[in-house]
Design a protein around this ligand. Structure first.
Ligand SMILES: Cc1ncc(C[n+]2csc(CCOP(=O)(O)OP(=O)(O)O)c2C)c(N)n1
Ligand SMILES: CC(=O)[C@@H](O)[C@H](O)COP(=O)(O)O
Ligand SMILES: [Mg+2]
Length: 621
């Protein structure tokens, strides 16, 4: 089935192939990607689009001496395939398997680890500066997508790069898509560059001229630069990158392997910072992904012939989207904000229903937070739906721009807790800790769908900042519902004796199940839904401290600074003499793998919670 794929075990093997053979290899890689990812799940469309670009980079540069730095890293599968990891693709994103992102422990070709967006130019510049300090000689190539380029860090890095005049290559992989449609004025600017044929033609002619002039010292380069400058001023309203001191090359066809190789060959020795603008098609070669690249950005296993079939399960993100739409119908001041994740956060429905009250700011979480603060300072009620892990980008802004002024901004923290296959970079396991210490902020976590809806309604009644965190995946409905919902008041789910389990959010379910198991062993724990992290229910805690010998806390957050540690400190202030056991995630970065496997490994499954209680109580299992 494959003629060349299995012959490439190292980038050097590419160099034995001619252009036609590389083209055939590109098609084989696409087939392999579709077949393999349809079984494991993973990031499909971005990788299908970047095949020729990856081959050309590895063809011209000599990795790992030359350093290839991926932005976000979700599009590094082709790079993994040709750097000796092809045969591990059946383990992709599975527990103890290949990571979905670059990982230094996996290969010397993975220079810099990622998962979050817009880091590649900063990291590349750091590598380049270190190279210069160390007096080494190699190329640094950062590959950034048009979506990732909307992130503030990328601009900060370009600003720095142009100023330093360091030798470094930025490859802009422009497929006109973020996960969803790309947004912003920069995206419009790239469109202009892509479609400005006249500019491209003159630039091509300019490049032809410079190629035939004998290159004597620096003089010709300088003259050519000057000429290029004048063309630039004549033809364009101002080329952003050139104005920043970065030489712009492109746009070039990212599926024409010959053009890519020629371009990289030409620019590899150009002095100073260079940006190569490459135009690609997201989802290239697989009909379904080409037609709906957003749907095929990140996929679960699917049928190759039929494509992805619609899930019948309702996710927490959908619950949020629907609830916000209904709330916004009644309250005209409600607006919704996303940082480039309208589908992921369930805000697409809001976008359709209220396009004028919906804002996609691009991959710009920090900006989104302060933008929300500005809206709130002028009487609007913003709801910013964002993945827990990405809100880490807006931490100072939450403190400085929102909480300090006690502004009514609601943060909807999606993908809180363990997310599974994306691993270390994407688990939302720090939010309870990082939000806990912020004054004025109310922090809640629902145990299920109905409580999440209630919390969203409730947040509108609070005249100050609110954060609600909820997990990735299917929204569950538990039996116990007590909507006597008051600020800072917890919910008693199960009245027991001697022992209490206080759980927050997604692990309330596991704690209830653990209590059922424990009953069979003669232990009857009280189970409490600790729905508010902040403020805490000190009345319940006081009561427990007087009546109970053992108190267990359960959270899908790191132990340090989280729910359990806070309860421990409140209980000790009440002079609690019994034993407190905090069940939480350890002080390490949690690897990728299914949530069930990770819950089991880290003691958060119902079985592991029950066993822990029995162990502490010295009761045989
Ligand atoms: C800080 C941060 N916010 C959001 C995301 C989610 N995210 C992952 S990939 C992506 C789109 C990236 O678009 P682009 O760089 O153009 O790459 P493409 O998938 O189009 O190849 C987004 C928004 C992220 N990884 N990091
Ligand atoms: C690479 C990235 O950050 C996103 O594509 C992320 O993997 C999406 O995660 P979900 O599948 O949870 O939406
Ligand atoms: Mg893109």
């Amino acid at each position: 089935m494959y003629k060349y794929l299995y012959n490439v075990n190292d980038p050097e093997d590419l160099k034995k192939l001619d252009i036609n053979e590389l083209d055939i290899l590109a098609n084989e890689i696409r087939k392999f990607l579709v077949k393999s990812i349809s079984k494991t799940g993973g990031h499909l469309a971005s990788n299908l689009g970047i095949v020729e670009l990856t081959l050309a980079l590895h063809y011209i540069f000599k990795s790992p001496k030359d350093k290839i730095v991926w932005d976000v890293g979700h599009q590094a599968y082709v790079h993994k395939i040709i750097t000796g990891r092809r045969d591990k693709f059946d383990t992709l994103r599975k527990f103890e398997g290949l990571s979905g992102f670059p990982k230094r422990c996996e290969s010397s070709h993975d220079i810099f680890e990622t998962g979050h967006s817009s880091t590649s130019i900063s990291a590349g510049l750091g590598l380049a500066m270190a190279r210069d300090i160390n007096k080494e000689s190699h190329s640094i190539i950062s590959i950034i997508g048009d979506g990732a380029l909307t992130g503030g860090m990328a601009f900060e890095a370009l600003n720095h790069l142009g100023h330093t005049k360091t030798n470094m290559i930025v490859v802009l992989n422009d497929n006109e898509m973020s996960i969803d449609e790309n947004v912003g004025s920069l995206s419009n600017y790239l469109l202009k560059l892509r479609t400005n044929k006249a500019y491209k033609k003159i630039k091509d002619e300019f490049e032809n001229i410079t190629n035939i002039i004998p290159k004597i010292g620096n003089t010709v380069y300088k003259a050519a630069d000057k000429f290029k400058d004048s063309v630039k001023y004549f033809m364009s309203e101002g080329i952003l990158f050139e104005e920043m001191g970065i030489k712009y090359f492109g746009p070039i066809d990212g599926h024409d392997i010959n053009e890519l190789i020629e371009t990289f060959n030409k620019i590899k020795n150009v002095k100073g910072p260079v940006l190569v603008h490459v135009v690609t098609k997201k989802g290239k070669g697989y009909r379904f992904a080409e037609n709906e690249p957003n749907k095929y950005h990140g996929v679960s296993p699917f049928n190759v012939e039929k494509g992805i079939e619609k899930s019948t399960k309702e996710s927490y993100s959908e619950v949020v989207g629907n609830k916000l739409v209904s709330l916004a119908k009644k309250n005209k001041k409600i607006v919704a904000i996303t940082a480039a994740m309208p589908s992921g956060t369930g805000l697409n429905k809001f976008k359709e229903a209220y396009p004028d009250r919906f804002f996609d700011v691009g991959i710009a979480e920090g900006h989104a937070v302060t933008f929300a603060a500005g809206l709130a300072a002028n009487g609007i009620r913003p709801y910013f739906a964002v993945y827990s892990t990405f809100l880490q980008r807006g931490y100072d802004q939450i403190i400085h721009d929102v909480a300090l002024q006690n502004l009514p901004v609601t943060f909807l923290l999606d993908r809180a807790g363990l997310v599974g296959a994306d691993g270390e970079t994407h688990h939302g396991v720090f939010d309870l800790s990082y939000l806990n210490s912020i004054p004025n902020l109310t922090v809640m976590a629902p145990k299920d769908k109905l409580e999440l809806e209630k919390m969203i309604e409730f947040s509108f009644e609070i005249d100050g900042p609110v954060a609600i965190r909820y997990p990735r995946g299917e929204a569950i409905k538990l039996k116990n519902e007590n909507f006597d919902f008051k600020l800072g008041k917890w919910e008693l789910l199960n009245q027991g004796e001697n022992t209490a389990i206080i759980a927050i959010g997604n692990v309330v379910k596991n704690s209830l199940e653990a209590a059922d198991t424990l009953k069979e062993k003669g232990v009857s724990p009280t189970v409490i839904n600790g729905r508010f992290l902040k403020p805490m229910d000190e009345d319940i805690l006081k009561d427990l401290s007087q009546k109970y010998k053992y108190i267990f806390t359960v959270e899908d957050n790191v132990l340090t600074g989280g729910f359990g540690e806070k309860i421990t400190s409140v209980l000790s202030s009440f002079g609690f003499k019994g034993k407190i056991v905090n069940i939480a995630l350890p002080d390490i970065f949690i690897e990728h793998g299914s949530v069930d496997i990770l819950y089991n490994k880290y003691g958060l499954s119902s079985e592991k919670i029950a066993n822990r209680v029995l162990n502490e109580l010295n009761i045989e299992r």
